[in-house]
Design a protein around this ligand. Structure first.
Ligand code: HEM
Length: 484
């Protein structure tokens, strides 16, 4: 877990500086040539998604390993492949000037001004990342299925449909964190195979330009994979909430029937909600898919978010929680998840999508739940681990300072994207039409304030680390004992 978390957070930190550079360029405070802007955008988009996937993989692996047997060498092998892939992506962008973005529309990677080898290295890098990801999915899914009695047991089927017989036989449903594991394992494998198919097709096209690919087929596969991967980050990190908030509130998060059914909904609809990216293809794809995309968007997100957030509120309600930095980050990440989710549903609704499609509303909603939700869950988790082992604690003044700078700055930064989207400023433009640059100036100030808060949090983390005591147990090894 440490390996995954450390590298994930290092990549995220560097990519945040890349993000700041892009926002400064959009604010016209920094002059960078358009091709360099798109190289940075490629690096930032791919880098950030991978960084958070890696953090989520490490965390979920650790949580499941407390309960079931998982091979550490296999997890390290998956990590090594991921890092090899990251190196490929970095080489193709930094040395090859590849700037075709990570979710591209075919044939963009083959018609850019960069050399052909850069496209090949980028594609191979992304495929290596996908292979590492699929190994992890195989490992976690296999272990969960073995531990909880196959797919039926891991999905809590009998627990929902035959509760009396289930209880009479002395069975217990899987713990809450097993559901993100099974959903990530299954959907990750299905979409990972789709990505391999697309990757091989693109590689063949790279080797032999006479081979032609149907652009709509490529678009479907690209969005199915990338959208599912970005979605799965949130669902995997929900496991941190189930365990982390249980720890800070000293109450256990239970698996209930509603909870299980909500996860079934996500399991199925993560695979079909990407159609909301293809509304513009209504004349070339069957119209039913557009309706299905809209419906799936609601059914993926709402049940699990509602159940998780409601459960979290119930845990915290009158619990006399000590609001340490870890608890604050983790709890406030729920706000980012909900607000970003609402922003996503608005964009996925056709009448709004007509206006918001490909505007800054898109980065607005995903930055809200990835930065304001997922990254905070990861930071919260890291701080909970540090706080559990350290003899030092964070002063109230320091907590308030970190909270105010991080959240105050983040809100200003995110509002910049929302206002930009609402006023029709297009996404992925290095030079934006008015009022884009003006909004970007406010947003840049927000980013700088937020990064100051994160920097303070980093040094506070180091201080907590220096206070580690040998006789304090590494939490959450015996979390359940702590609660009971
Ligand atoms: C300091 C924090 C950050 C800043 C300043 C920042 C800034 C930006 C900017 C300016 C863009 C381009 C928007 C456009 O015009 O389309 C962008 C895109 C993006 N960002 Fe961030 N970002 C930050 C954090 C994050 C985080 C934490 C994530 C996710 C984990 C993330 C993921 C992405 C993705 C996936 C894209 C889309 C790339 C593409 O269009 O291909 N960013 N970001």
């Amino acid at each position: 877990m440490k390996l995954y978390l450390a590298f994930g957070l290092i990549i995220a930190a560097v990519m945040m500086l890349v993000g700041l550079t892009m926002r400064m360029a959009q604010a016209q405070w920094l002059s960078i040539p358009p091709d360099v802007f798109y190289e940075l955008l490629t690096l930032h988009g791919a880098g950030m998604i991978i960084a958070l996937v890696v953090c989520a993989m490490g965390g979920l692996w650790f949580l499941m390993r407390r309960r079931i047997s998982l091979s550490a060498p296999l997890a390290v092998a998956a990590w090594a492949l991921l890092m090899l892939g990251v190196a490929g992506v970095v080489i193709s962008v930094v040395f090859g000037h590849y700037a075709g973005l990570y979710t591209f529309l075919y044939p963009l990677p083959f018609i850019g001004s960069w050399p052909g080898w850069a496209t090949g290295v980028f594609l191979i890098g992304m495929m290596l990342i996908n292979i590492g990801w699929m190994i992890w999915c195989f490992q976690i899914l296999g272990a969960v299925l073995r531990a909880y009695g196959g797919l039926r047991g891991a999905l809590g089927w009998n627990f929902v449909w035959c509760p009396k017989a289930f209880a009479a036989a002395g069975h217990e449903p899987p713990p809450p964190e097993a559901f993100p594991a099974v959903v990530a394992g299954l959907d990750g494998l299905i979409t990972g195979m789709v990505a391999m198919l697309l990757g091989v097709a693109l590689l063949v096209r790279w080797i032999d330009p006479r081979v032609l690919i149907d652009p709509l087929w490529a678009k479907n596969l690209t969005y199915l994979y990338m959208h599912a991967l970005a979605n799965l980050i949130i669902y995997m990190l929900a496991a941190f909430i189930y365990v982390g908030l249980s720890y800070v509130t000293k109450r256990e998060y239970h698996t209930s029937k509603v909870f299980v059914i909500a996860w079934w909904s996500s399991l199925v609809f993560i695979l079909t909600n990407y159609f909301h990216h293809l509304y513009m293809d209504v004349s070339s794809q069957p119209q039913i898919l557009q309706y299905f995309g809209e419906l799936s968007s609601y059914l993926t997100a709402i049940p699990v978010t509602a159940v998780t957030v409601f459960g979290a509120l119930m845990l915290v309600w009158r619990s006399r929680t000590r609001w340490t930095l870890g608890a604050v980050f983790m709890y406030s990440g729920l706000i980012g998840w909900v607000v970003g989710g609402i922003g996503a549903e608005i964009d996925a609704s056709v009448p709004f999508n007509l206006h918001l499609h490909n505007t800054l509303w898109v980065p607005a909603h995903f930055h809200t739940y990835l930065l304001g939700g997922c990254l905070l869950f990861v930071m919260g988790w890291v701080f909970l681990l540090l706080e559990s082992r350290s003899e030092h604690s964070t002063s109230k003044l320091m907590r308030s300072l970190i909270f105010t700078l991080s959240f105050g700055g983040m809100v200003v930064f995110l509002l910049g994207f929302y206002f930009g989207g609402a006023t029709g400023v297009p996404r992925r433009y290095d030079t934006q039409p008015l009022p884009g640059p003006l909004i970007a100036q406010f947003a840049t100030i927000g980013v700088i304030i937020m990064l100051l808060g994160f920097t303070l949090a980093f040094f506070e983390g180091l201080r907590l680390r220096s206070g580690f005591s040998a006789d304090r147990m590494l939490w959450p090894q015996n979390l359940r004992d702590d609660i009971s």
